[in-house]
Design a protein around this ligand. Structure first.
Ligand SMILES: CC(=O)CC(=O)SCCNC(=O)CCNC(=O)[C@H](O)C(C)(C)COP(=O)(O)OP(=O)(O)OC[C@H]1O[C@@H](n2cnc3c(N)ncnc32)[C@H](O)[C@@H]1OP(=O)(O)O
Ligand SMILES: NC(=O)C1=CN([C@@H]2O[C@H](COP(=O)(O)OP(=O)(O)OC[C@H]3O[C@@H](n4cnc5c(N)ncnc54)[C@H](O)[C@@H]3O)[C@@H](O)[C@H]2O)C=CC1
Length: 319
């Protein structure tokens, strides 16, 4: 399926190679023009939208046309919200902007046929190490030398994901926040093997997207999730202990701590499956750490398919 027309792939490295191990005359961050985003869920669709809105040609990849149709519908809806503000007095310019963004966006169920023209691959599929390794390992064999790989993982070590490829110097983390069009932060993660040029390219790319990047080490949860996820789990445990209703806890953290969403609203927003993957993974690695203890309530909701907003029910019900 094609939403828009992809222009002829731009070989951003036609003048010089910029990654370690290449015959580069000068080491400079790469110019990233064509981006492949793998995973058209909440995060992948948001990243695709922002990248297509900032002059990149973008291909969004997922496993079925049905999912991709839904992703594109979501992007259209989000673009309308953006345009309502950005072009408040100029509806025609707003409509033209949406048209242009959608022209820069195409979709595919076959990453292999897109990889040759990709300067950057951003993976935003399910939070599962084996699945992420499998997809990167497969694409690594087909990707041009210059192509940079990045994962949007919330919690998995970037080095573990990268280990399925032969491009350790051209592999890093690009961790976006939900909802991507609104959240200004990107955590840029370097492993010990990530080259400076790759890291600089990822920093530059984040800035071109209009985001503020921060530099992170490849440690569990990087910065934000290392603080945020134990907080969300502690809220669930507080509720499990009967020390507050979820509604009161949410109100308390919004009005008492100035958070835009309470911990239960935020957990539903992020996705309970994602939170469970994160906490289970950390608990497995560091079982004695009380901050990484799971919750029976969370496990039960996930086992019942109550994953939060995306499934219609989590801690709360959504229509
Ligand atoms: C798990 C991980 O690995 C990392 C993570 O992502 S952790 C999660 C991080 N995210 C957060 O903490 C989000 C916290 N929540 C918020 O910041 C806000 O509640 C929110 C921005 C999501 C929504 O804001 P709100 O005031 O509650 O709701 P709402 O009035 O609908 O939206 C506010 C504005 O955002 C815009 N907006 C919200 N979602 C949008 C989207 N997906 N696309 C475009 N615009 C959007 C709305 O159009 C609205 O604009 P106006 O104010 O101009 O009308
Ligand atoms: N939900 C959140 O708030 C955040 C999530 N993340 C991370 O981003 C990633 C994606 O999360 P979400 O978008 O929330 O998940 P999601 O469940 O909304 O979307 C995942 C998408 O990946 C697709 N997918 C699964 N396997 C695939 C494959 N082999 N090839 C192509 N597509 C495949 C699924 O069909 C689905 O559309 C996870 O690693 C998560 O930890 C990062 C920041 C915030």
């Amino acid at each position: 399926m094609s939403v828009g027309h992809i222009s002829t792939p731009t070989m951003a490295f036609c003048t010089r190679h910029v990654v370690r191990g290449f015959s580069s005359s000068a080491l400079r961050p790469a110019v990233i023009k064509h981006v492949m985003i793998i995973g058209g869920g909440q995060m992948g669709a948001g990243i695709a939208q922002v990248a297509a809105s900032t002059g990149h040609s973008v291909t969004l990849v997922d496993t079925s046309e049905e999912i991709l149709n839904k992703s594109v519908k979501g992007i259209e809806g989000s673009l309308k919200r953006v345009v309502k503000k950005k072009f408040a007095d100029k509806p025609e310019a707003g409509a033209e902007f949406i048209h242009k963004v959608l022209q820069s966006l195409s979709t595919s169920t076959h990453a292999e046929s897109v990889i040759q023209s990709s300067d950057l691959v951003v993976e935003a599929i399910v939070e599962n190490l084996k699945v992420k390794q499998e997809i990167f390992g497969r694409l690594d064999k087909l990707a041009p030398q210059h192509t940079i790989f990045a994962s949007n993982t919330s919690s998995l070590p970037i080095a573990d994901i990268a280990s399925s490829t032969s491009r350790l110097d051209r592999f890093g983390g690009l961790h976006f926040f939900n909802p991507v069009p609104m959240m200004k932060l990107v955590e840029v993660i370097a492993t010990p093997a990530t080259s400076q040029e790759t890291f600089d390219s990822l920093l530059n790319f984040s800035k071109v997207l209009g985001k503020t990047p921060v530099s992170c080490k490849d440690t569990p949860g990087f910065i934000v999730n290392r603080l945020l996820v134990p907080y969300m789990l502690e809220a669930v445990r507080l509720y499990e202990r009967g020390h507050g209703s979820k509604e009161d806890i949410d109100i308390a953290m919004k009005l008492g701590a100035g958070y835009p969403m309470g911990p239960f609203e935020l957990s539903d927003y992020v996705g309970l499956d994602t939170i469970k993957f994160i906490i289970d993974g950390w608990c497995e690695k560091d079982p004695g750490n009380p901050l990484f203890k799971s919750s029976e309530m969370l496990n039960k909701l996930v086992s019942e398919g109550k994953l939060g907003r995306k499934s219609g029910e989590g801690f709360y019900k959504y229509k």
